[in-house]
Design a protein around this ligand. Sequence first.
Ligand code: AHR
Length: 499
Amino acid sequence: LRARLTVDPARPVGQVSRRLFGAFVEHMGRGVYGGIFEPGHPTADPAGFRRDVVDLVREMGVTTVRYPGGNFVSGFRWEDGVGPRDQRPVRLNLAWHSTETNEVGLHEFASWLEQVGAELMLAVNLGTRGTLEALDLLEYANVPSGTTLADQRVRNGRRQPFDVRMWCLGNEMDGPWQLGQMSADDYGKLAARTAKAMRQVDPDLELVACGSSGAAMPTFGEWERTVLTHAYDDVDYLSCHAYYEEKDGDLGSFLASATDMDRFIETVVATADHVKAVRRSTRTINVSFDEWNVWYLSRVPADLARRIDDWPLAPAISEEPYTVADGVVVGNLLMSLIRHADRVTSASLAQLVNVIAPIAAEPDGPAWRKTTFFPFATTSRLARGVALQVDVDCPGYDTAEYGEVPVVDAAATADDGVAALFLVNRSQTEDAEVTVDLAPLGVRTVEEALTLSDPDPHAANTTDRQDRVRLRPTPRAALIEGRLSVSLPPVSWTAVSLT
Ligand code: AHR
């Protein structure tokens, strides 16, 4: 099977924001406790954070981290997580039916992020709390000193403000599972009020309104329109959330998940621009794709402990084994984000450690990379500068979910003499022989060409074989007189960097 690609440097899509390579850490399962934080672990630092996990997060190139939820935030009192640790309340985590000890809160998480080298993106609770509590948290976090809350932060050990720039105005407020679920009208008004109030404290914040919890929600589209009708002038982003899984053995549809992400983004952008037109606005609302990943939601037991006398501490939830095919899809979803770089300017892989995560952290044991780690780390490292339009001329195949889709998918970036190409072969049986005319980019050398593939697309890394799946050199990658040729194995993801 052959594919011919055309990359045109004269048609840049937009600057690739470093914030596209964000992740998400929620107080859920073993994400925080037993994930990033495990006092007593052989690699734990004096604050209780695992150094082996920090090293892997750094290697992944994570640029921002959304915190502390997710569904958790809708029942969270931020004050519980600050001040002397031995005085912090122990609470119910209603979202994940577990016990929250509050040993990790804003200060601890922010100092962990300093080790990781990533920016903090905070979510406020608009489910069971409101504008006033959001204002209090903002004052505590960002006001230098001189008020009770700011001075409390200083007394709690943090002289400099946290200076958090990006704030999520609640989480998935359309979801029936959400504490405090609201109608689009109610949420849109609350988001607008809260955003206006927060800007009175700090006008330069970047504020994210909740979009739908997913494109399959019954109110999708109308939710976005209504929320923005109320909040258009007050927010900067609308969120998108999407999780994909291989259902009933339909690998062909699953491998085409990025087609769905493309359509999702384009629909949300069109809806936001419709509201812009109606309002004659000169502002543009961008997308914060602040939850995306492969997640086998259908395997989450519906009977997560629900008894009144059973609130486990950090129970294992959704510790996905992640196969090669899952890694290929994650790489392809990143390509979708890149090719919409003009409008998707923030994104968070959900999540980071143990829970729906590219990093496994074993209790008392090692931390290691799942298949999805590799495309994320490599894309974060190589995607630089602007995203370029790539036209792909190749055969298609039929999928039950999305109709006909191209077998080969691609994205490209370029920055001052350096270029990167990201490729996926969705064929389950055939190699794809790809050629690309890169002469217009002026590149001469293949610096790196790495591929994620395996004869068994369902192969995964495990505790016993942590290196079963890893990146390998791409077969037959050559650049001759400006023409790149590469061979993509079946069900594979590839990155090529060129100078
Ligand atoms: O990431 C896991 C959960 O998925 C989040 O808490 C929620 O926002 C979404 O439904």
